[in-house]
Design a protein around this ligand. Structure first.
Ligand code: SF4
Length: 478
């Protein structure tokens, strides 16, 4: 297959290519320093207790930069106030800030790369609505980090790591998709079908979900197939990066050889962090994000899946064991979870975890497949049945779950935990808002009633479509 690499991946490659070797080295060492500050409580406490000894403490862990060029806190004589707090005076902080800015741009671009002009426009419209809904539901600061890939292919069933906090509620490991000739043929045909249906957007996908990639001993062979058919090495997130270093080095080698979406490692205990740092230099891990999930990390856990109902214990001071207060999600997909072992496929989109969607994602449709034809048929059927080009004419119009409606003078207000949206303008807005709030009227009834009252048909229809496209209206059966 001929492949045009998605623009985000080209941009990702340029992030390192545009920088001088010395700057990359400095960034790699800043990154390692921050990893230890986040993930290693003893290291963090030592630095906090005596910031002016930071260089000395960090050097013992192989960090070879002058941290006083990163923050005034680490001046030898603690003279930040005298030196001033002008950001430009800390060249390592400037390098780091620009590095992060570039990766945030990458995230934005890969989200856009999930739209392809060869995909069904109804799929693109549906995905756009999910992106808009997630912006409102999660708040833009969290939503900005969600890339909405269009496929997650699982190559095993369950997960052997068994994290108590698994926000995707992974079940225990049941086995892996074996690399038999028949399975390889099916896998390759599934990937070809995905590319035929979605074109370059299929590159914005991954080969794991509630699974540990390492649990499939042939994961990297399947990734090699993926690379040949889809056109790049997809992102891998592994919580077992030190289980077999040959495996990890092979993954890293593939990232060097082919266009790639950078991989990540989840750090679920201090041994993994220590071993990973001992076996890979800061430079080798430069483009691998480490997600600090371990005890002692300064990050809390998302409230979804296994932690949804976890009672917050009083006086919990253990960093890294703390579950965030509000419900959350780590789901990022607006597309299809495909399990190759049991031949299941689900159309999903991110949601804050709740009683209905405890795993932090909405399930719009589910099916099974035994061959690539079934797989493609399910996708086409899911588009026809669940992705209307406009507001469905035969369904009562209602606000999306989680939005609070309040009438206002000349209009109405819709609010979520993170934002409030005010709707005013045309004379019909108040009545329109009220009719939607009743969740009882189909679009034609709303348009008919408002036009009978003297409103402009195009204005009413346009406002309804706008509310739909911006993710304010429910697109699941109510
Ligand atoms: S968080 Fe990841 S590694 Fe841990 S149980 Fe869930 S899927 Fe497995």
């Amino acid at each position: 297959m001929s492949h045009e690499t998605i623009s985000s991946v080209e941009y990702g490659k340029s992030i390192t290519e545009r920088r001088a070797a010395e700057d990359l080295r400095s960034i790699a060492h800043v990154k390692r320093f921050l990893e230890l500050m986040t993930g290693d409580s003893k290291f963090r406490e030592k630095i906090k207790a005596n910031p002016s000894s930071a260089n000395h403490v960090a050097k013992k862990r192989g960090i070879d930069i002058d941290l006083s060029k990163f923050s005034g806190k680490f001046q030898l004589n603690g003279s930040m106030a005298e030196k001033g707090s002008d950001f430009q005076e800390y060249p390592l902080a400037v390098l780091w800030k620009d590095w992060i800015k570039d990766w945030l741009t990458f995230v934005k671009l890969i989200r856009e790369d999930g739209y392809s002009h060869t995909a069904d426009p109804r799929f693109n419209g549906w995905r756009k609505r999910q992106v808009e809904r997630v912006n409102i539901e999660f708040g833009t600061s969290r939503a900005d980090s969600i890339t909405h890939p269009i496929f997650s292919f699982e190559l095993s069933k369950g997960c052997s790591v068994g994290c108590w906090f698994c926000a995707l509620g992974a079940e225990s490991f049941k086995g892996h998709y074996e690399r038999t000739p028949k399975n390889v043929l099916l896998w390759r045909n599934i990937l070809s079908t995905a590319v035929n249906l979605f074109g370059s957007a299929a590159q914005a996908s991954a080969c794991y979900w509630a699974t540990e990639p390492f649990d499939n001993p042939n994961y990297l062979d399947f990734i090699q197939d993926y690379c040949e058919i889809v056109g790049l090495v997809p992102q891998t997130t592994s919580a077992a990066p030190t289980r077999d270093l040959v495996w990890t080095r092979r993954l890293m080698e593939m990232h060097k050889l082919y266009p790639s979406v950078p991989s990540r490692f989840s750090i679920v205990n201090s041994r993994i962090l220590r071993d990973l740092h001992a076996n890979f230099s800061p430079e080798e891990l430069l483009c691998y994000e480490l997600i600090m999930q371990l005890k002692g990390s300064s990050y809390g856990k998302a409230r979804a899946g296994k932690t949804l109902k976890k009672v917050k214990s009083e006086n919990t001071t253990h960093k890294g064991l703390h579950v965030d207060e509000g419900s959350s999600s780590i789901a990022c997909l607006s597309g299809y979870i495909v399990n190759m072992m049991d031949g299941t496929i689900q159309l999903v989109s991110p949601s804050l975890a709740n009683e209905r969607w405890p795993l932090g994602y909405r399930i719009h449709a589910s099916g099974t497949f035994t061959n690539a034809q079934d797989f493609g048929d399910f996708i086409e059927r899911s588009i026809s049945e669940h992705m209307p080009a406009g507001l469905p004419p035969d369904q009562a119009v209602a606000y999306r779950d989680g939005l609070v409606y309040q009438p206002r003078e000349n209009g109405f207000l819709l609010s979520s935990d993170f934002a409030a949206h005010s709707f005013t303008g045309f004379g019909f807005v108040s009545q329109l808002g009220e009719m939607i709030a009743q969740a009882n009227y189909q679009p034609t009834q709303i348009i008919g009633d408002l036009v009978d009252d003297g409103s402009d048909i195009f204005g009413v229809r346009g406002t309804l479509e706008d509310l739909f496209n911006k993710g304010f209206l429910e697109d699941l059966p109510i």
